[in-house]
Design a protein around this ligand. Sequence first.
Ligand SMILES: [Zn+2]
Length: 117
Amino acid sequence: MKAGVARVGRPPRSKIRKNDTVMVVAGRERGKTGKVLRVIREKNRVVIERLNMVKRHQKARGAQAPGGVLEKEASIDLSNVMLMCERCNAPVRIGGRRLEDGTGTRVCRRCGEVIDR
Ligand SMILES: [Zn+2]
């Protein structure tokens, strides 16, 4: 087998999950924090509440759907966000740890705090 072709199939698992509080570390919204609404795994992107808002110009479609400009969250690249650690009160890198009972969990690389409760 040729080198580099062994790893096919499932996309790399992200440490970021829905309902996490994350900080944006790059781009237009750098330095802001928000709650993860959605993780788009296939595209390696996340949608964060009230961040990276874009204006959508909606055409009127009759009385039930009036036109206008509505604001909507646009996705941000996963590599541009970091999970916030409550204990460090800072964006941190995430490590994994297997607990005594065999279940996996996420831990803060800085303080060692277990993030999943
Ligand atoms: Zn921490």
